[in-house]
Design a binder for this molecule. Sequence first.
Ligand SMILES: [Zn+2]
Length: 234
Amino acid sequence: MSYCVNCGVELDHSLDRCPLCNTPVLNPNENDRQDSPPPFSKESGHVEPVKNRDVILLYSLVLIASGVSCGLLNLLVFNRSFWSLYIIGACIILWVLAIPVFVYTRLPVYFSLLLDGLAIGLYEYLITFNTSGSRWFSELALPITAIATLLAILIAALCRRVSSSFLAASLYIFVGIAALCVSIELLVRRFLGKDLLLTWSAVVLTACAIIAVALLTMLSRSRLRSAVRRRLHF
Ligand SMILES: [Zn+2]
């Protein structure tokens, strides 16, 4: 066995150059180098890329199998409550999340966000089969999901149409968080039969307003904007 004089790697006796550093191998004692086959194949291998269609088929079948088997287990064995609806709902959400990635990659972001919101709404509806009443669904879960979905679509639209810079996107997100928190508090208070006042969400609103003013100032002054960009490396 010989070793490379330059990098010290162990060399096959058929090699005339080191595979690592390309240093020529000079071994006066060996003269059968040409006769033996080279240790590495000269032909380059080719692996076919996996198609999206195959991935989504596997993904869908795994999700369908999980949903169906849990449903059957629920119906036939553990049938005290509709527990399998939680798993079926989760499978539906996971499948919907995969649509823009595998099935229809050119799906507009607004439409995929809407589908996500609908899937979450459906999941919440399935939960009502396991709860004593469905008032929480119609008065809390559904409106909150609808508002969150609309805000997400609005933020996506603003990023696409107005500006998608880091500062602008942060501004939209903070305004969206404030709007969502205010809506959640008002909906919860209405659900509990209390007066429509802002308490904890007023704190969130104030914090978001301060951040929004700072972001707006940075956005309107190019010198500030470039200073922030330099410091945050984006
Ligand atoms: Zn070497």
